[in-house]
Design a protein around this ligand. Structure first.
Ligand SMILES: Cc1cc2nc3c(=O)[nH]c(=O)nc-3n(C[C@H](O)[C@H](O)[C@H](O)COP(=O)(O)OP(=O)(O)OC[C@H]3O[C@@H](n4cnc5c(N)ncnc54)[C@H](O)[C@@H]3O)c2cc1C
Length: 508
């Protein structure tokens, strides 16, 4: 380090939600912060893009826990962004709707447990006990996770929700297969795997939306922009278009990160908000033992996605302020295991908040599963807005064929969909890989497995004492999960009680 090189209190790798929340908290708490982002746009999965004057979200379509007084609202309020964030509350009579091929009925999720139960009971009057037990269990599981409730209590030893599979739980709850499938019908939200996904993941995610579901007006990147503003207002710096290539350590302590242009950024503390396996690739420190490296590198990633973003002709597709989860079969767990012939087994349709006319949406995103092996043919190509290397015609043809096949399935529920579409654009696992910097475009990072709950638990601390981790693979994915994980990371610097008190004081 030259005598004139600046040394930050905290250097953060990646401006995803996790990195930005850490940056905002720590800069608010008086630390000098530098966030380094490889992309042009901040936010990772919060990024948006515009086509034909319509804004599309790439990785956040709706958010749970944003109702006034709920955990996420309190954290964002403490950070000073809640007042500036324009949100739209979703349809309380059904913010999510589950539907199946060959079943003309629709199964809406009501907002608030009273609504949720009432609407389900109308469909399943004989399942009162199961529906009530489900609601009680989900709320109890959520109440038992202190961080979820911004409580300083220790996590209880009762681990049944961590060691029970959500599919098994639902099978025990009721013999009614339809109800089981409806209760798991939004499992795309956590890329559910029949023999792996723990009940607590389902509970934390679904509960947050049942309590309150909101969209962000003008795109989820508003969150990234507002958090970046907090960082800058508190004297922090954000470097864009700079990829971290190396974490330099001396005697087991991180000293600096090295950027793609050779520049070194020095810090006292380092937080990595990128995939943990990619973090470990950045450093050859001996402090990180081979067993730890092998464990992290060997963990399975959640599946990736194919998304069709459709610009709609004005006044053609009513804005219902809800999402559709449509299954091309009865079993909601047979989804990412598709073959070329059976694809797409399901899709979720998300409306963009209308910019002009509140009655009609101007854009929809239709999301379904796609595994990385389906695009592996093009794995040696790379394309982002910063490095425009258009992939070959065979790839463009692949995307067109997939888009048309997806629209065929969408047309079963929405027969006039093709007449509504003015133009469409698509993304594949390669897009997510290139923008997020993962190996396989995984949607939600590392898979949680109830058979081996400890294996996928990754601490925010590493054996390099001044290198911490944050982001969706560490705790839980999603806006709420990643924000709370960022708190965990910051607590290990500032102290748990100290930070929670700050949040509670700001909300008093
Ligand atoms: C398709 C999709 C739909 C989703 N829908 C929802 C939803 O509706 N609601 C919800 O709550 N959640 C949703 N999620 C999940 C949510 O978006 C993510 O869990 C969350 O945004 C992840 O944040 P993160 O901080 O972990 O990291 P990421 O968003 O992965 O950000 C990591 C950042 O690090 C940068 N980076 C990587 N490597 C380097 C490097 N070497 N140097 C510098 N920078 C680097 C990347 O460019 C990126 O900006 C969705 C996710 C996906 C993929």
């Amino acid at each position: 380090m030259t005598s004139r090189a600046k040394k930050y209190d905290v250097v953060i790798i990646g401006s995803g939600l996790g990195g930005l929340v850490c940056g905002a908290v720590l800069s608010k708490e008086g630390r000098s912060v530098c966030i380094i982002e490889k992309n042009e746009q901040l936010g990772g999965c919060l990024q948006t893009f515009r086509r034909d004057s319509i804004t599309f979200d790439t990785g956040v379509h709706y958010i749970g826990g944003l109702e006034k007084g709920k955990s996420l609202w309190k954290i964002f309020n403490y950070l000073g962004i809640m007042g500036r964030l324009e949100t739209v509350k979703m349809n309380e009579g059904g913010f999510d709707v589950v539907a199946f091929k060959g079943d003309a009925d629709e199964y809406p999720y009501g907002m608030g447990y009273e609504n949720f139960q009432r609407i389900l009971l109308q469909k399943f009057p004989d399942e009162k006990n199961a529906i009530e037990k489900y609601c009680t269990d989900i709320q109890q599981i959520c109440a038992s996770v202190p961080l979820y409730n911004l409580s300083a209590e220790e996590q209880s030893d009762d681990t049944w929700a961590f060691t029970t599979g959500v599919k098994n739980y639902l099978e025990q709850l009721t013999p009614n297969k339809k109800l089981q499938n409806i209760l798991a019908g939004t499992n795309l939200l956590y890329a559910g795997i029949a023999d792996k996904t723990p009940l607590y993941v389902h509970a934390l995610v679904v509960n947050s939306y049942i309590e309150s579901a909101h969209r962000i007006k003008n795109g989820g990147d508003q969150i990234a922009k507002l958090l970046a503003r907090v960082v800058k207002e508190n004297g922090g710096e954000i470097l864009r278009k700079q990829e971290v290539k190396k974490i330099n350590t001396t005697n087991g302590i991180a000293e600096s990160v090295e950027l793609s242009n050779g520049r070194k950024i020095y810090g006292a503390l380092f937080i990595s908000g990128i995939h943990p396996a990619k973090t470990l690739e950045l450093t050859d420190s001996d402090a990180l033992r081979p067993a730890y490296r092998n464990r992290i590198a060997g963990l399975e990633n959640s599946v990736s996605t194919f998304v069709l973003y459709a610009v709609l002709k004005p006044g053609t597709f009513p804005y219902l302020n809800r999402n559709y989860y449509y299954f091309n079969q009865d079993d909601v767990w047979q989804t990412a295991t598709h073959t070329n012939e059976s694809w797409p087994n399901m899709y979720a349709l998300f409306e963009e908040v209308p910019e002009k006319n509140n009655q009609y949406t101007e854009g929809i995103s239709i999301m379904t599963y796609m595994r990385f092996d389906e695009v592996a043919k093009w794995k040696n190509t790379f394309h982002t807005t910063l490095y425009e290397n258009m992939r070959d015609e065979a790839y463009q043809q692949f995307k067109r064929e997939k888009a048309e096949k997806l629209l065929d399935v969408v047309a079963i529920k929405f027969p006039n969909i093709r007449e509504c579409v003015q133009s469409y654009y698509t993304s594949t696992p390669l897009s997510y890989r290139d923008y997020m910097g993962t190996d396989d475009g995984s949607m939600y990072g590392i898979v949680k497995d109830y058979n081996e709950p400890m294996k996928s638990m990754i601490s925010v601390k590493t054996k390099v004492p001044n290198l911490l981790l944050t982001g969706q693979s560490i705790n839980l994915h999603g806006v709420l999960g990643v924000t709370e994980c960022a708190l965990l990371t910051c607590m290990s610097i500032l102290g748990k009680e100290y930070l929670l008190n700050k949040i509670h004081e700001a909300n008093a």
